[in-house]
Design a protein. Structure first.
Length: 140
């Protein structure tokens, strides 16, 4: 069973584009990969240009091998007029990720999933919270 996710980018003009990823959408996989390898908006744009894919890899080239277009499917990029349109109409998979501008004007990853109760939180914070919770559970 896949842990589905969406991966999105807010562009400088305010529009948003998102793609679907079927496998391993959880924080300790896709979340970590996005934070480590795709925090550059230009590299993320190249990833999104692939359309949907089965699994996310650490490079665009490796992920391209997993792209649905490789097996003959159509390019699938969902487009939104602005971030509010995205928040309202995103696929709503188990994990939704977006690289967006924070209030300081810097690109920052945000995530929404079951534990955030529909709220978007910084990805780094979500990963830290999950690691802290796991460590606490291991101590018990």
């Amino acid at each position: 069973m896949g842990t589905r996710s969406t991966i999105a980018l807010e562009f400088a003009d305010g529009t948003v584009q998102a793609v679907y990823c079927h496998w391993d959408g959880y924080l300790s996989n896709n979340g970590q990969i996005l934070l480590k390898h795709y925090s550059d908006p230009f590299k993320l744009r190249d990833l999104i240009d692939l359309g949907g894919f089965s699994s996310l890899e650490g490079t665009v080239e490796a992920t391209a091998e997993q792209a649905y277009t490789q097996r003959g499917e159509e390019l699938s990029i969902q487009k939104f007029k602005d971030i509010q349109d995205y928040y309202k109409n995103v696929y709503g998979e188990e994990y939704d990720y977006i690289l967006s501008m924070n209030w300081e004007g810097k690109a920052q990853w945000y995530v929404r999933f079951y534990a955030t109760e529909g709220n978007w939180i910084p990805l780094e914070q979500a990963i830290k919270d999950e690691q802290d919770q796991t460590a606490q559970e291991e101590m018990e």
